[in-house]
Write a protein that binds this ligand. Structure first.
Ligand code: CLR
Length: 389
C-alpha cells in the first residue's frame, strides 16, 4: 500500500502537480530509501525522443513510395511500428515502467543511427525546451532520404479510479522533402496499469490521428485488456481520404505483438507485421568526455551511476546539485530580464502548418499549447552544426 502511494505521489509530482500532492498525500512527498530503487529509472525523459526512429529503415520507407495512397499507408505503418518502443520497451527491459529523470531546461540528447546503403544516417536532436511545465522537443533528420520528423510533447497527469492517467500535450510532424508532404500526428493518452501488482506498465487510451497535406487521414483507436478484443495493447486503425468514410485500408492487432494490414474494410490481408521480430538499430552517442556539458548523459552521469548502484544518498545529493544550479541560473536570468536561449527550437504563438492541417480534422488546437508551440529552428540548427547543411 505504501509502495502504491509512493508511485502515485511520485508520478503526479514528477508531472508537475506538487500542490495537488501536498494537499492529498502529505506523508508521501519524498520517496523512501527502500522503495526508491524500484521506482527510479536512470534514464532522462530527453532520451525518449529516440523511440520515434529505432527502425530507421521503416522511418524512411515512405520516401520511396511513388503512390500517394501507399505512401500514407507507409507512414501509418511506421507510426505503428514505433509504439512498442515508445510505450513498452522499458517494461520489457527493466521488468516494469519506472520514473524517468526529470530533464533540466536546455538538456540535450544527441545521437545518430548509422545504417548502411539506402537508409544512411539518421540524426536525433532532443532538447528540453521547458522545465515548468516539462516539455521536450525533438527533430529526427535523414538527409539522404529527405525525411524529417519534428515535434514536442509534455504530459498532464491525474489520478482517478485507481489509475494514473496521463494526457500528452503536443504533436509530431513527419515531412517528406521529395513530395513536399507533411503528416500531422497527434499523441495518444495513456494510463498506468499493474500498479497494485507492483509492476506498472503503460496502456494506451483513446486514439491517434495522422492527417496529411496530400489528403489522407488515419485514425488509430486503442483498447486494452478489458475491451473488445480482450488482449492488452490492442488497436484498430483505418486509412481514408480526409473527410471520406470509405476505408482504403484497415489494420488491427497488438502494437506489442503482431498486426495485419488489410485492403478495404474487410479481412483482405496484404501484409502482416511482427513487432517482436523487427530489429532495432542502436543509437550512437558520443563518449561522455566528448559530449557538451548540457548533454543528458554527461550532465546526469553521477546521478545515473548512483541510481544503478542503488545508492539513494548520492542520488539525492547529486540531483540537488543540478537542481540548485538550475535555480541559480533562472534567478540570474530573471534579474537580467532575459530568457534561456533554446539551442535548436523556437517558441511560436501559432504554427500555421499545424493550424492548416488540424483544421481538416477534429484536432483541437487549444490542447496543443504548453505556453506556446515549439518548432524546430533550421537557422539555429545550421549555426550549431555548421558542417551539415
Ligand atoms: C514521454 C514521451 C514519449 C512517450 C512516453 C512514454 C512513457 C511515459 C512518458 C512518455 C512520460 C512519463 C511516463 C511514461 C510512463 C511512466 C512515466 C508517464 C509520455 C511516469 C511519469 C512514471 C510513473 C511512475 C512509475 C513508477 C509507475 O514519447
Amino acid at each position: 500500500q505504501v509502495y502504491l502511494q509512493e508511485i502515485i505521489a511520485s508520478t503526479i509530482d514528477f508531472l508537475g502537480f506538487q500542490k495537488f500532492v501536498e494537499r492529498t498525500e502529505p506523508n508521501v512527498r519524498t520517496l523512501s530509501r527502500a522503495s526508491a530503487p524500484f521506482i527510479l529509472s536512470s534514464t532522462s525523459l530527453t532520451e525518449y525522443s529516440g523511440y520515434w526512429a529505432e527502425h530507421p529503415e521503416i522511418f524512411v520507407a515512405p520516401a520511396h513510395e511513388k503512390d500517394a495512397q501507399k505512401r500514407a499507408l507507409a507512414v501509418l505503418k511506421w507510426f505503428l511500428s514505433t509504439l512498442k518502443q515508445q510505450y513498452s520497451s522499458r517494461s520489457e527491459k527493466l521488468g516494469s515502467e519506472k520514473k524517468p529523470l526529470n530533464p533540466f531546461l536546455g538538456e540535450l540528447f544527441l545521437g545518430t543511427w548509422k545504417n548502411d546503403g539506402e537508409v544512411g544516417e539518421t540524426k536525433l536532436i532532443s532538447e528540453q525546451v521547458s522545465h515548468h511545465p516539462p516539455v521536450t522537443a525533438y527533430a529526427i533528420l535523414n538527409e539522404k532520404n529527405g525525411v524529417k520528423l519534428t515535434g514536442y510533447n509534455g504530459q498532464k497527469a491525474s489520478f482517478s479510479k485507481g489509475y494514473i492517467s496521463v494526457k500528452q500535450v503536443g504533436h509530431a510532424k513527419y515531412y517528406l522533402k521529395e513530395f513536399d508532404e507533411t503528416y500531422l500526428i497527434t499523441l495518444p493518452s495513456l494510463h498506468i496499469e499493474g500498479l497494485i501488482m507492483g509492476s506498472p506498465y503503460v496502456e494506451l487510451n483513446k486514439s491517434t490521428i495522422i492527417t496529411s497535406s496530400s489528403g489522407y487521414t488515419a485514425t488509430i483507436d486503442y483498447s486494452g485488456k478489458g475491451w473488445i478484443s480482450g488482449k492488452k495493447n490492442s488497436f484498430t486503425a483505418i486509412l481514408t481520404k480526409t473527410g471520406s468514410k470509405d476505408v482504403l485500408y484497415n489494420i488491427s492487432g497488438q502494437w506489442t505483438d503482431k498486426f495485419s494490414i488489410n485492403e478495404g474494410k474487410g479481412k483482405n490481408e496484404i501484409e502482416s507485421y511482427d513487432c517482436k521480430a523487427a530489429k532495432t538499430t542502436p543509437l550512437y552517442i558520443a563518449p561522455i568526455e566528448e559530449q557538451d556539458p548540457l548533454e543528458s548523459r554527461r550532465a546526469w552521469q553521477k546521478v545515473q551511476e548512483a541510481i544503478v548502484r542503488g545508492d539513494m544518498e548520492t542520488t539525492g545529493t547529486e540531483k540537488s546539485k543540478i537542481e540548485n544550479e538550475q535555480r541559480e541560473m533562472r534567478k540570474k536570468e530573471k534579474e537580467e530580464n532575459r530568457e534561456w536561449e533554446r539551442r535548436y527550437f523556437t517558441r511560436v504563438e501559432e504554427d500555421p502548418e499545424f493550424t492548416k492541417l488540424a483544421a481538416k480534422t477534429d484536432i483541437i488546437t487549444e490542447a496543443e499549447k504548453t505556453g506556446g508551440m515549439w518548432v524546430f529552428d533550421e537557422a539555429k540548427f545550421a549555426k550549431a552544426h555548421p558542417t551539415s547543411s
